[in-house]
Design a protein around this ligand. Sequence first.
Ligand code: URA
Length: 210
Amino acid sequence: MSQIEYEQLVREILSCTKCPLHRYRRRPVPGEGRLDAEIMIVGEAPGEKEDEQGRPFVGPAGQLLTKILNSLGISREQVYITNVVKCRPPENRDPTPEEIKSCLPYLIRQILIIRPKVIICLGRHSAREILKLCGLRESEVSQISKIRGKIFNVKFMGEHDVTVVPTYHPAAALYNPRLRTYIAEDIKKAIEIAQGKHRVERSSILDYLG
Ligand code: URA
């Protein structure tokens, strides 16, 4: 069932013309990985290499992400990787709120098909959009430096219990190598939660407001 739903979703993404980004893209980038993955990784939007290949996180930031995952003992094939926005914004600019709004239903459907235990948000756009869908207010989630590495044990769209772990975007770590340690630490925590090795003590959104 979810395989059929997923294939339908991918077809829709590949032919999507809902926002102006379809005019500039070479290939939409739906995402890739296991449909039964316990860990889902969500970035911002495809870059140049991703747009060329139709695959997420295959450029320089993606290579760093793959290296970090491998150093923690997991491969890309064990997780599901996607982005908030499925088509590359020209010149790698930030996606506009309208572009995010028209693309977000695809991410929602992906998350509800895969139903991961843990979502790792790479960067502030991903963290903001996903945590908003879990009931947090924008003002609580807008600064990635304040929320990275935190464990948000929440309900996605009011129906799927999930742990969200935001971290820095690996593209930022290409310019600021000190961030690599934080990203690796945060992803390690997320992996341990997925493996049931890390106790999640916070149980509601209210825990994060103080
Ligand atoms: N940056 C992202 O956010 N996603 C990709 O797929 C590649 C770079």
